[in-house]
Design a binder for this molecule. Structure first.
Ligand SMILES: *Cc1c(COP(=O)(O)O)cnc(C)c1O
Length: 367
């Protein structure tokens, strides 16, 4: 018997590396968690409150990444509830992105003209406390049934404008792989569908699930792009890096969507370090999302200016690929807005004053 991880999970290496064992042994209750972590009063109260609101479930692997006695640990704050979840702010919404009116058929959100989100499952390997879809996730509201899929398929097939299908959830990689891949293949066979993207957080929460075999199946089914969700450099463990390498070697093109979270990653140094490590592992930073206005998550939200300041400390100072688009998804269905500091300082006809990365104003003359 080996002792794996930093906390005493007494199990064999073989079991520890088995994704099914990881899922089966997830920790949810106060009773379970306090055996591995020195919980704060706020976390204890948060865990009790979350029982009525949004499921807690954390793989032993993720627990092993946490600091035992630091509730501010960036891994811990993402998945362990605190009493702050009780705070209700006037900006809070149950459906922050106004997706319900764009639900074309159950499990399919069609908001932008040429792309649609297919949500085949409402489960994840672990649950982010700031989840945008906490209204759906783990509530039995996204059905994996064939009937639901048939309606999704028929809608996409009869909507020629859709050329890009994003499969997200929940975490689709938690589904039965054969079922998932069969469905992806069917969607991919629709002539107007040009690309399929898959969203997953398994490289952070359950890296053991990523194997050459899985990646091969996904590629064969037609998955081209994978959107990851990695928020902090500490998530890039040797196991996660192995998973990323398997995906890149298998031919998946990877982008990362980080969420800017107060007290977790809201510093330019953290985001820069994260993005450098992602690039080294063939993942391109795609979006830096301001945290959505989900009910009970106001304690995670930063100001817009915090996001702008972070981008300003990256642009010009590091590899352009390491600079993601700062995005705010507007409440009530307004959609994504890209935000950056203003670079056009003055315009007079064809004469411009532009501000460069150093904050210096330069003249530019259009033809
Ligand atoms: C974010 C999002 C997309 C994808 O947007 P991209 O900018 O293409 O990544 C598609 N549909 C919905 C509803 C979204 O929220």
């Amino acid at each position: 018997m080996n002792l794996v991880g930093t906390k005493p999970f007494k199990t064999s290496t073989q079991k520890w590396n088995n994704w099914q064992w990881q899922l089966h042994n997830r920790l949810s209750s106060l009773h379970d968690l306090k055996q591995y972590l020195k919980l704060s009063q706020s976390e204890i109260a948060g865990l009790k409150y979350a029982q009525e609101t949004f499921r807690v479930s954390i793989t032993p692997y993720v627990i092993s990444l946490m600091e035992f006695d630091n509730p501010l640990c960036p891994i811990r704050q993402q998945v362990i509830p605190t009493i702050n979840e009780k705070i209700s702010h006037p900006s809070d919404l149950i459906d922050p992105l106004g997706e319900e009116p764009y639900t074309a058929v159950e499990g399919l959100i069609h908001k932008y003209p040429d792309r649609a989100l297919y949500l085949p499952i409402d489960n994840c390997a672990s649950y982010c406390r700031y989840c945008t879809r906490s209204r759906l996730v783990n509530r039995g509201s996204l059905k994996t049934s064939k009937h639901t899929f048939d309606n999704v398929y028929n809608y996409i097939k009869s909507t020629p404008a859709i050329r890009d299908v994003l499969i997200t959830g929940g975490d689709p990689l938690i589904m039965n792989t054969d079922t998932l891949c069969e469905r992806i293949s069917k969607i991919n066979s629709i002539s107007h569908v040009q690309m399929i993207r898959l969203g997953t957080r398994t490289p952070t929460f359950l890296p053991q699930i990523i194997t050459q075999q899985l990646v091969k199946q996904l590629r064969t089914a037609g998955v081209l792009y994978v959107s990851l969700h990695i928020n902090h450099p500490r998530e890039l463990t040797p196991q996660t890096i192995t998973a990323l390498n398997i995906m890149a070697d298998g031919g998946l093109v990877m982008g990362n969507q980080s969420v800017l979270l107060k007290g977790i990653n809201d510093k330019a140094e953290i985001i820069k370090n994260l993005n450098h490590k992602l690039l080294q592992n063939r993942v391109t930073p795609y979006y830096l999302h301001l945290c959505d206005c989900v009910k009970g998550t106001s304690h995670f939200r930063t100001s817009i200016q915090t996001g702008i300041d972070i981008i300003d400390k990256l642009r010009g100072y590091t590899t352009g690929y390491a600079v993601p688009t700062l995005a705010l998804d507007l409440p009530n269905g307004g959609g994504k807005v890209a935000i950056s500091s203003n670079t056009i300082i003055k315009q007079n006809g064809k004469k411009f004053i532009l501000r460069n990365y150093q904050g210096l104003d330069w003249q530019y003359q259009e033809v």
